[in-house]
Ligand binder design. Structure first.
Ligand code: ZN
Length: 315
């Protein structure tokens, strides 16, 4: 009886302190290599009440010398959650953070990690650093303030400090092959291949059952980036959004970029306008219509692709 009472008191303390505690209890880091883990997303962003802005896939590698994090998340609270999950597995400090691109859901949680580990190195595409320093940081703060409301409270932009290069980073006995892409999902993308574990982090260039916003992207470049990804022969792939899995996720998504471009080029050559091409694209991708973002993104892809194809003709 006494034990039961203590259990109930302990179990309800967090609720008593904070009526709406931040917790993503369903998440446990999944081990996907000898030293590599992914914290897979919660419920998708359409349901913000449940996801509280967490719908991406932060990863981390526990090296001999410390923890290397690949992508964080949308808010300082998500950053704290990532730290709690890491600290359950190791007491080593976070020494490095790689951010895969400049969209706020991949770097705004850096703040929590840097507050705890101020000497951690934050590494990203040089264009990401330039854009955020030129004012895009405020743009993303505004987007996520509107999107997440109270769940975003206290979040500040902590811009990555160090420009990445396409090369191997040797950290704590592990090799992180970084590849920059200047035109793919955005103009600020990088992928990280954890060589010894053969785990590839693709950022939003590859997703699973999800269509991303491509307004900062280039479909041809994104397709080419998938071919680099495949050439690494990863055993395991952590995508930007959606469940991670085997390397089959890459050709599946490459096929989407190819279908999008081939369809638009075909009808553009026949003189169709983007609003006439839109239903053709929706038909060509109909097998993906249950994916998140299909309704909101695929229509936009028509006009983005017409602009891309037109620009190529003047090159
Ligand atoms: Zn994203």
């Amino acid at each position: 009886m006494k034990n039961t009472l203590i259990f109930f008191i302990l179990a309800y303390i967090p609720l008593a302190v904070n009526a709406t505690p931040f917790s993503w209890p369903q998440l446990t880091p999944k081990q996907i290599g000898s030293k590599t883990y992914v914290i897979e997303h919660g419920p998708h962003d359409e349901n913000k009440k449940l996801s509280r802005g967490f719908h991406n896939n932060p990863g981390f590698v526990i090296t001999r010398d410390g923890v290397v994090v690949i992508d964080t998340g949308s808010s300082v609270e998500i950053g704290k959650m990532i730290l709690r999950k890491i600290e359950k597995l190791t007491d080593k400090p976070v020494t490095h953070i790689f951010n895969t691109h400049f969209h706020g859901d991949h770097w705004l949680a850096n703040q929590a990690l840097l507050e705890k580990y101020p000497s951690a190195r934050t590494i990203a595409h040089p264009k990401l650093i330039a854009l955020l320093k030129a004012g895009q940081d405020k743009f993303w703060i505004d987007v996520f303030t509107k999107r997440l409301g109270d769940d975003f409270k206290g979040t500040k932009a902590v811009i990555p400090a160090e420009a990445a290069a396409s090369r191997d980073y040797k950290i704590g006995g592990m090799t992180f092959t970084v590849k920059l892409f200047d035109q793919a999902h955005t103009a600020t993308d990088l992928m990280v291949f954890v060589k010894e574990d053969a785990v590839l982090f693709t950022g939003d260039i590859v997703n699973n059952e999800h269509f991303s916003f491509m307004g900062h992207g280039n479909f041809k470049g994104a397709y080419e980036a998938t071919q680099w990804a495949l050439a690494q022969k990863p055993k395991y792939v952590v995508v930007g959004h959606g469940r991670s899995g085997t390397q089959d996720l890459i050709p599946a998504f490459a096929d989407i970029y190819k279908t999008l471009r081939d369809t638009v080029i075909k009808y553009y050559d026949q003189g169709l306008q983007d609003y006439e091409i839109k239903p053709k694209l929706i038909a060509a991708l109909s097998k993906y219509k249950h994916w998140s973002g299909f309704e909101s993104q695929v229509g936009r892809y028509a006009s983005l692709l017409v602009a891309e194809v037109e620009a190529e003709q003047f090159q």
